[in-house]
Design a protein around this ligand. Structure first.
Ligand code: ADP
Ligand code: MG
Length: 695
């Protein structure tokens, strides 16, 4: 360690005023000048309200003076930024407060190792050191106790251990015995004396003359001014002489407390050397600055920092699990509803498209008659089918004659529809027999009296019996049933395509309907995208043949496209509703984070006093917000998938989209980040003194 004579702290004409702005400004410290050397044991004594704590906050870099100079190891720290001050607090100071200022949700061990966390010390190392310190302070069996499970004296010893964690080069103790009974107070004083003997600088703040008398130097402060300083009254005495005599006195005084430490087999509480670096460097300004630059940059990897923040965040979340659960609910509902709604939207869309596809999506109809009532109703003939077949991009064109007929099977008479079509029907109508066979081109040529039944027509005529091979009369013309068509289902409204009989075009039109004019022509094109162009070409070709536009051309693809558009809009809408619930979840996160910051202001102050930089606090609170969202996101995803799976069991149209799930998850995380940022920044920007003073 550095020579005891080296001035470590030099205050020059330090003034501190509170208030200003709206409230009147009150000067609390009136130009203090004070020098403290390495290894000194100083008591700062004064009545309540004399400005001791204010001075201590300035000494410990928790607060800045309004004016005056503060030199630390010869460096004017007025120019230090927040991170550099945090580094100084972490490496040089150890605080012991009247109210202990332990974090109540953390056990003794975690409280003690906190300064090392902010120093970036690897976990195994700091854990070992924290254990050793607590053991030497007689708390080896209290490592996992939380502050509220410890007595005042024990808590104060934990806070001393914390002060020593990073070396505790300078111990700043503000009324350390103020809240303790006399026995515990004596123990704590013994420890401080022990530390002073071991070479730590100890600055003890007290209103109690007896307590102050334990120090080797007493600085009396009254109304914000130094009124007496034993060092200047005995100016010729060197610090080392004072140290030696005081040390002897103190050991004589406190046998009881020394015994406790002696039992652990160590002469010094801090037999462990302080962390290397600053301790050795305070003497040399250049090295000091280099160490600070390196220390502010930190040696811990971002990964280690992130892991540490994650561990803390998890701990906080677990400690407040009920409240966290309520917050999570918003995110969980948001994420799961995004996933389920998108899945249902997508599923419905696919279902409709699939259904449309069974009727053929790339089809065009040509129907007789003009759309204008003034034009004469035209006719379509088989010749027109031939013309259409020659239009580019047309794959198939099929004449279609439809009508209503009476069909008799045995003594059952039913009314149904007849469709007279060619063998292309199988492909154009996308309709296959479920039983029996489709008719052939030969049947077509030979006017074979054969037919297929739609499912509904079969039920009406034959019930559940197999109709294949049976004979029926269609308007008194005998036909043989050669097959049954698979069920098509009504695509819309009352039109039922299954209540129909299919015959070859030649047989049906001539022998049953008795008219060779067509009801319409069905056209199959090669690609949906060519529909508008083909429609145009068919119009032109037929108009040329008819010399008049006495027909209409309808593009079913257009209807499908419109349907798809509607579906897409619907899915978007569902997604939007779900997204709104995510935002609501996010506001929940923000709310809880704001509350957390309010509630834990003192904890933030404690963390800052032990060396946390603003960005450490920011990272911690952001991590907490993110973790809540992450857990909410995972739970929401699992719940969404579960709900979707249950819906699938009930035959609901559900299609999970990986993109939707990833998006919902990303939204949840982003929600945490966005809504957690403001509270986290608020926490990080807190003034250490203000934060510490909060209840
Ligand atoms: P001590 O610790 O010696 O009891 P303090 O340093 O806490 O005294 O306070 C010194 C004076 O400064 C007191 O009069 C107190 O009212 C005032 N004071 C302390 N902190 C604040 C503050 N944050 N705002 C305004 N006045 C303050
Ligand atoms: Mg005070």
């Amino acid at each position: 360690m550095t020579a005891p004579n080296a001035p470590l702290i030099e205050l020059e004409d330090i003034r501190k005023s509170y208030g200003g702005g709206d409230s009147p400004s009150v000067e609390v410290l009136h130009g203090l000048t004070l020098t403290i050397r390495a290894g000194e044991f100083v008591a700062i004594m004064g009545t309540s309200g004399s400005g001791k704590s204010t001075l201590m906050h300035i000494l410990g870099c928790l607060d800045r003076p309004t004016s005056g100079t503060y030199r630390f190891a010869g460096r004017d720290i007025g120019a230090f930024d927040a991170d550099e001050l945090a580094w100084l607090r972490r490496e040089a100071f150890g605080f012991v407060f009247q109210g202990y200022h332990l974090i109540r949700t953390l056990d003794a061990l975690r409280n003690v190792e906190m300064p090392a966390v902010y120093a970036g010390t690897p976990a195994p190392q700091r854990d070992a050191r924290a254990r050793r310190l607590l053991e030497r302070l007689g708390l080896g069996d209290r490592l996992e106790h939380r502050p509220n499970q410890l007595s005042g004296g024990q808590q104060q010893r934990v806070s001393i251990a914390r002060a020593l964690m990073n070396g505790g080069r300078i111990i700043l103790a503000d009324e350390p015995t103020g809240a303790l009974d006399s026995k515990s107070g004596a123990e704590v004083m013994a420890l401080l004396t022990e530390l002073a003997d071991a070479g730590h600088a100890v600055i003890l703040i007290t209103h109690d003359r007896d307590v102050a008398s334990r120090a080797r130097r007493i600085v009396e402060i009254h109304d914000g001014a130094i009124v007496a300083d034993s060092a200047s009254s005995a100016a010729s005495a060197t610090a080392s002489t004072a140290s030696a005599s005081a040390s002897a006195a103190s050991t004589a005084d406190d046998r009881a407390r020394v015994r406790e430490i002696a039992q652990t087999g160590s002469t010094h509480i801090d037999a462990e050397p302080p962390t290397p670096g600053p301790a050795a460097l305070f003497g040399d300004t250049r090295d000091f600055m280099a160490a600070m630059a390196a220390g502010v940059a930190r040696n811990a990897t971002p990964w280690a920092d992130a892991r540490e923040a994650m561990r803390t965040a998890w701990h906080v979340m677990w400690t407040n699990r009920f409240r966290t659960l309520l917050t999570l609910l918003g995110i969980v509902i948001g994420v799961s509803s995004v996933i389920v709604m998108l899945a249902i939207g997508l599923g419905t869309q696919e279902q409709v498209i699939a259904k449309m596809a069974t009727f053929g999506t790339n089809r065009i109809y040509v129907v007789p008659g003009s759309s204008s009532p003034r034009e004469p109703g035209g006719t379509l003939t088989v010749a027109d089918v031939a013309i259409i077949r020659d239009v580019p991009h047309v794959k198939l064109a099929m004449p279609f004659a439809a009508g209503d007929v009476t069909v008799r099977a045995g003594n059952v008479d039913v009314r149904t529809h007849i469709w007279s079509v060619t063998t292309d029907a199988e492909e154009i109508l996308h309709w296959k027999p479920s039983r029996g066979l489709f008719f052939t081109d030969e049947d077509e040529r030979e006017l074979a009296p054969v037919m297929l039944l739609g499912k509904k027509a079969r039920e009406k005529l034959f019930g559940e019996a197999n109709p294949v091979g049976r004979y029926v009369l269609v308007n008194n013309v005998p036909f043989q049933v050669i097959g049954e068509l698979e069920e098509k289902g009504a695509v819309s409204g009352d039109k039922d395509d299954d209540d129909v009989v299919l015959t070859p075009f030649s047989t049906g039109s001539r022998r049953v309907i008795g008219d060779t004019n067509l009801s319409w022509i069905s056209v199959l094109i090669d690609d949906l995208d060519n529909a508008p162009q083909v429609t145009q070409h068919i119009k032109e070709a037929l108009t040329k043949a008819h010399h008049i536009e006495d027909f209409g051309v309808y593009d079913q693809a257009a209807a499908v496209r419109a349907q798809q558009q509607t579906q897409r809009t619907l899915t978007l809408l569902l997604g939007l509703i779900a997204a709104v619930s995510l935002v609501v979840g996010g506001i929940g996160v923000m709310n809880i984070m704001l509350m957390t910051v309010k509630e834990r202001t003192r904890e933030i102050g404690i963390r800052m006093a032990t060396g946390a930089r603003q960005r450490d606090i920011l990272r911690q609170f952001l991590t907490e917000a993110m973790l809540v969202s992450l857990v909410g996101g995972v739970t929401g995803t699992v719940l969404g998938l579960a709900i979707g799976s249950v819906l699938i069991l009930f035959d609901a149209p559900v299609i999970f989209s990986v993109r939707g799930i990833v998006a919902a998850f990303a939204c949840a995380l982003a929600t945490g980040l966005v809504f957690g940022f403001a509270p986290a920044r608020q926490a990080a920007r807190l003034d250490p003194v203000v934060a510490l003073a909060s209840e």
